[in-house]
Design a binder for this molecule. Structure first.
Ligand SMILES: [Zn+2]
Length: 186
């Protein structure tokens, strides 16, 4: 993959994030009405983070291209290393995460509709899920020294698994508030 192709790829991912923000905008009033605005902002914040990282990646790749054009070897070096970090695997993984997030968003909207239909009685948040609970951290991979790599967590409210990179304030599945104190560096 060349830098130009990577830029097209990331711009695509960026468009997906913008679509997700647009979709969220459509359901804001609904989220507010049934007191799910906390989750709403948690979802929105994640979308903005995606866009920010896409824009940083695009800028870095465009800089690599510029330095390639100028051709000063010493200056190219750090950017080439940055380019290696942004390899195809990472891009595909990021894109897959984004698609997953949009699918989450669709599930979330469906839940909002259900809550709206039944009223707020019995919905997550009204049955103790508003109190932040620590996530159940786990991992199934090992580093070179044989230590477990903790890169996953389960929601203590419903057991749904997420990647540690997505530190949700509220479980998108059940609305359980999550307390990340002590796990910030994972
Ligand atoms: Zn949950």
């Amino acid at each position: 993959m060349t830098e130009s192709e990577a830029i097209v790829f990331i711009k695509n991912a960026n468009e997906l994030s913008k679509k997700a923000i647009h979709d969220l905008g459509q359901i804001k009033n609904k989220a507010e009405r049934i007191e799910k605005i906390g989750e709403y902002y948690s979802n929105l914040e994640n979308c903005y983070k995606e866009i920010e990282s896409c824009e940083i990646a695009i800028k870095a790749l465009e800089e690599i291209q510029q330095y390639r054009a100028i051709g000063t070897v010493e200056e190219i070096e750090p950017y080439v290393r940055l380019g290696e970090k942004l390899n195809l695997c990472d891009l595909i993984r990021e894109n897959a995460k984004l698609v997953k997030k949009i699918q989450h968003l669709e599930v979330y909207e469906k839940q909002l509709k259900e809550y709206e239909a039944i009223g707020t009685v019995g919905m997550p948040g009204s049955n103790g899920k508003a109190k932040p609970q620590p996530p159940d951290i786990w991992g199934d991979g090992y580093d070179k020294e044989g230590n477990i790599i903790y890169d996953m967590y389960n929601c203590p409210g419903c057991g749904q698994s997420y990647e540690i990179d997505d530190k949700y304030k509220y479980c998108p599945e059940c609305g359980q508030a999550l307390n990340w104190r002590g796990f910030e560096n994972l």
